[in-house]
Design a protein around this ligand. Structure first.
Ligand SMILES: [Fe+2]
Ligand SMILES: [Fe+2]
Length: 386
């Protein structure tokens, strides 16, 4: 029989207060497992504007889980449609952990309102409550609350002491105090451009319309659509995928000289000789323009930079853009249907298949693929073997 706790929250963003409280639960309740459960749509509050998508909140929670012994992230509330009611989560998890002892972790403030939650008597039928006491002075209140719940609902309440200063995500969002966050979460926020205004897809689409030729624009819209589709399937942020798709070829039609000017302007380290590989430079200049001119995040820019030959350590978004470029609805070369299907079944296999196809094609034409393409292919094959 295992001891399992459910630790829910919007994690918008997750901060040191969450990590400390979760560690205290693991220690004091001698847990075998602690599940961090990011909420989809919490019933008691609407998520503030600018809240990162479920994908980003899930990944930030995963970064925190690595710092909490025996913790893992559970995405059931994000997959469920509509509001996230704790009772539904508890019911589902009690089936998954039948025979184990389950706790639901609640903050001391939430304990007070517990009887007003949906079906509180059902919740306590499935699990014990772990009330995290955040302030020493609230000891009496929390005990009174616990006794009342025990009396009224037959709840079993365990109190977890946590001496860390109370922190809240609202504090971070209002004042941007980075010290409240684990460094890896702060870096994730920066890299993905979270909690700052995001470029408007409609405006970028309009801008591309006036910049690109009609043929390139058709391709661009196709890549945007295909990337969004793949993002939905593989759990990537759909808006990021759309933006990367829209911008991936934003410098594709510029002359070599104009591209070289951008190399100079942005201080790009250019590994592509424009005489030998005239088609490749636009991935790097496009990435720089996407980030600095259109306001895309560094993560979106990296995905654009790797869309021509791939890269070592490609991100999920990078793989999606790489494949969407090759399989958008306007593509009709031999084998494209099979590649589309592979991309929906096994994204890594599709990336390898597409890289190998290009490799064969170039060699068939008597050309040598760029060394970066060979390195990316080798790295992808290693990833598949892992
Ligand atoms: Fe391209
Ligand atoms: Fe393209």
């Amino acid at each position: 029989m295992s001891r399992v706790a459910i630790f829910g929250g919007t994690f918008n963003p997750p901060h040191r207060g969450h990590v400390e409280a979760a560690c205290a639960c693991v220690r004091q309740l001698a847990l075998d497992k602690l599940l961090l459960v990011p909420a989809g749509l919490p019933p008691h509050k609407s998520l503030p504007q600018g809240t990162p998508s479920p994908v980003h909140r899930l990944r930030m929670a995963q970064l925190c889980a690595r710092e909490i012994p025996r913790a893992e992230v559970c995405g059931i509330e994000l997959r469920r449609q509509g509001k996230s009611y704790t009772v539904d989560t508890v019911r589902e998890l009690s089936r998954r952990f039948a025979g184990d002892t389950l706790w639901l972790v609640v903050g001391d403030d939430m304990l007070e309102s517990f009887e007003r939650w949906r079906e509180p008597q059902e919740i306590v039928r499935f699990c014990r409550l772990a009330a995290v006491q955040r302030k020493p002075e609230s000891a009496n209140d929390i005990c009174a609350c616990a006794e009342k719940l025990e009396r009224d609902l037959g709840a079993a309440v365990d109190i977890v002491h946590n001496s860390v200063l109370p922190l809240s995500s609202t504090q971070y969002r209002d004042s941007g105090k980075e010290g409240m966050l684990l460094p890896q979460v702060a870096h994730y926020i920066e890299d993905n451009g979270l909690y700052r205004p995001r470029p408007s897809l409609a405006q970028v689409r309009e801008k591309m319309e006036s910049t690109l030729s009609p043929k390139r624009m058709r391709h661009t819209l196709g890549v945007e659509r295909e990337a969004a589709d793949l993002a939905r399937i593989w759990g990537e942020d759909i808006e990021d995928a759309r933006l990367a798709g829209l911008l991936h070829d934003c410098t594709r039609e510029l002359s070599v000289q104009k591209q070289l000017n951008l190399v100079e302007k942005y201080g790009i380290i250019n590994q592509y000789d424009p005489d030998e590989y005239p088609q490749l430079l636009h991935a790097l200049t496009g990435a720089a323009e996407a980030q600095h001119r259109y306001g895309a995040s560094p993560a979106v820019a990296r995905a654009i930079a790797s869309h021509t030959v791939g890269a070592v350590n490609m991100s999920l978004l990078g793989k999606i853009i790489f494949i969407a470029d090759a399989t958008e609805p306007g593509r009709d070369y031999a084998g494209v249907d099979e590649l589309r299907q592979t991309a929906r079944r096994d994204l890594n296999a599709a990336v390898v298949a597409s890289m190998e196809q290009t490799d064969r094609y170039l060699r068939g034409q008597g050309k040598t693929p760029h060394p970066a393409a060979a390195a990316a292919l080798m790295a992808m094959k290693r990833e598949i073997l892992k």
